[in-house]
Design a protein around this ligand. Structure first.
Ligand code: ZN
Ligand code: ZN
Length: 270
């Protein structure tokens, strides 16, 4: 599986990215002023994130430790470590439970990154984008990406998640993030149907509001059930989807679309 993993990941990323870029050009939800000017920085940080993760994996391999979420899943499986590895359930049930619980973990992690000031400094890089489109989905500080990888590896071991579930979850999460950050106007009826189960662009955009109570709602990336269950779900922004203000309160005059500024943001004071 590992030989095809990178190809599968890259192909699904490029395919969904291009599809969302076409959709948001075809039926934009909001007017863009900066638009493509943000893309070099938002996509540039992905290259740095990839390099940072490669470096982390090289260090883990040097230390003879499993490098990455899939490697750690295979390692846990071989030693029968983790909750699911101790249960005798059909493989498909293992995979389903693991995907659902990994989604819960990512929801909880997102809430912690908002709640703890030191982690919020990293996560606010994602929120500092003044506009909201498919490239916002990949705008994360390298340190947040590294921390997320380590947390995910720990959760995978704890759950005893099967390697195939981890791979599927990562691909679904990337695809869903690009979908629910797309500046794409879904037909209202379709949005209504989809948001019974999933996080749609109109749902996640509210999380990018400059208003504090909206910023602290809609933390989910895939399933909407966690926001409903924990009371953090918000159906509509106060000012409406096309008029609401996006970005970080107090940082809107900053050069948010410059890569250097993005990388320094965790240490900047206001
Ligand atoms: Zn957030
Ligand atoms: Zn987001």
């Amino acid at each position: 599986m590992l030989e095809y993993e990178s190809i599968f990941r890259l192909a699904s990323f490029v395919l969904i990215f291009v599809l969302m870029a076409i959709l948001q050009r075809w039926r934009p939800r909001r007017e863009m002023l900066l638009g493509l000017h943000r893309w070099p920085a938002n996509l540039g940080v992905v290259l740095l994130d990839t390099l940072a993760v490669r470096l982390l994996f090289a260090v883990l391999q040097y230390l003879a430790l499993p490098a990455g979420a899939i490697a750690v899943a295979l390692w846990a499986q071989s030693y029968h470590i983790g909750i699911l590895n101790m249960l005798m359930l059909p493989a498909v049930v293992h995979v389903l439970i693991a995907i659902i619980l990994l989604d819960l973990a990512i929801y909880l992690q997102h809430r912690v990154f908002h709640a703890l000031p030191v982690l919020w400094r990293l996560h606010r890089v994602h929120h500092s984008d003044l506009e909201f489109d498919v490239t916002t989905a990949v705008r994360f500080h390298p340190l947040e990406i590294l921390l997320s990888m380590l947390i995910k590896m720990a959760v995978v071991v704890l759950l005893g998640a099967p390697a195939v579930a981890v791979l599927l979850f990562e691909v679904i999460l990337n695809g869903m993030a690009m979908f629910n950050h797309a500046n794409f106007r879904l037909p209202i009826k379709l949005d209504g149907w989809l948001r019974r189960l999933l996080v749609t662009p109109d749902v996640h955009r509210i999380h990018h509001s400059t208003l504090n109570h909206e910023l602290n709602s809609n933390f989910g990336f895939n399933l909407i059930v966690w926001d409903r269950l924990f009371g953090t779900c918000r159906a509509n922004p106060e000012l409406g989807h096309t008029s609401m203000s996006i970005g970080l309160e107090g940082w809107q005059q900053s050069p948010t679309h410059h890569l250097g500024w993005m990388l320094r943001l965790p240490w900047l004071k206001k």
